[in-house]
Design a protein around this ligand. Structure first.
Ligand code: FE
Length: 335
């Protein structure tokens, strides 16, 4: 009920937004409670009012429909696929900011300055503490080997998170190798792809499989839910790498709309979001990783250990998405 009231209030605030006031309007697909703490810190520091509009579905269609009359200055969303979709819809303008380019490593921002990563999440392996030995999980490529036969659980192959991983694999190893890999992983599945990332950990807890693919922050979400704590306790996080790279990461990010009625304050907010203070808050709320080198992670995130993020450019990864989708369909991954 509270959330509903918040969303309605935000929508009303956006509808009456004016370029004259000291404000910034943000459309976000992220849950408002994940963003609010960092927004509050910005508002407190600058006196600028930030109106958050939570847009669960159809954010691209909405921005296109609103065109130059859109009240939105910034779009905040997760996954490179969503950021690319917004950029491809031609509703974004570049931001030339030395602050942003200094704070965000090049692979995590657009080379034309159209989107900027704010936090990362690694796509890792959740491994049964009882049934998977230290060192048994190695590379993503190895997940297609016979030793995992009947031992892997995952959500749909066509979910953004798995398409992102497969896109990165294509970028590393080429489309033919990626197709063999997808077929190999499918052959190793303990059951047909179903459910979300946490449902796979539940399946490990229940003994249905030994490892699953999942994003790191779901460990934090499971530990925050009494029913799911036993699932979380049955696994440990292992960071696989690509054979010729690091661990696959994706981003949550931000982009400036073409319409941006409050452009200057919007860029101030973007720059604040990569400050040490904001990076700590923003990454901690959802147990993600900061993009700013040296920014603090939460104690929980630190407890998972360190890893080397893959350094392949996320823009190149996004470009492989159509190929990744085609491969998942050709191998009938979910079938
Ligand atoms: Fe998620």
């Amino acid at each position: 009920m509270f959330l509903r009231a918040l969303i309605l209030t935000s929508a009303a605030a956006l509808a009456t937004g004016s370029a004259l006031a000291e404000e910034v309007n943000v459309y976000t697909t992220r849950q408002p409670e994940l963003i609010q703490p960092v927004i509050d810190a910005f508002a407190e520091k600058t006196g600028v009012t930030v109106n958050l509009g939570f847009v669960e579905d159809g954010i691209v269609e909405r921005l296109v429909a609103e065109g130059s009359r859109s009240p939105a200055d910034l779009v905040m969303t997760v996954d490179i696929a969503n950021l690319k979709q917004i950029v491809d819809a031609d509703v974004i303008q570049p931001v030339d900011s030395a602050v942003l380019t200094a704070a965000i490593p090049a692979p995590l921002r657009d080379s034309d300055n159209l989107w900027f990563g704010l936090t990362t999440r690694a796509r890792i392996v959740y491994a049964s503490k009882d049934r998977v030995g230290d060192g048994e999980v190695t590379t993503y490529e190895d997940l297609a080997s016979d030793k995992w036969k009947g031992r892997i659980c995952t959500r749909s192959g066509t979910h953004d998170y798995n398409l992102g991983l497969l896109s990165a694999l294509i970028a590393h190893d080429g489309a033919d190798a990626a197709k063999s890999w997808a077929a190999g992983v499918k052959a190793n599945l303990a059951r047909k792809p179903q459910g979300n990332d946490r449902a796979q950990v539940k399946a490990i807890w229940a003994g249905e499989c030994d490892i699953s693919l999942g994003n790191t922050y779901y460990m934090g979400q499971m530990l925050a839910d009494p029913e799911q704590i036993p699932w979380a306790d049955s696994v440990r996080i292992v960071f696989p790498t690509f054979a010729n790279g690091g661990t696959h990461v994706n981003v949550s990010g931000v982009a400036l709309t073409k319409a941006a009625p409050n452009k200057d304050n919007a860029i101030r907010l973007m720059e604040f979001l990569v400050s040490e203070e904001a990076q700590k808050i923003y990454s901690e709320v959802n147990n993600e990783y900061p993009v700013l080198a040296g920014a603090k992670v939460s104690d929980l995130v630190a407890s998972w250990g360190s890893f080397t993020p893959d350094n392949i450019d996320l823009g190149s990864v996004a470009n492989e998405r159509p190929n990744a989708l085609r491969i998942m369909e050709e191998v009938d991954f979910d079938g």
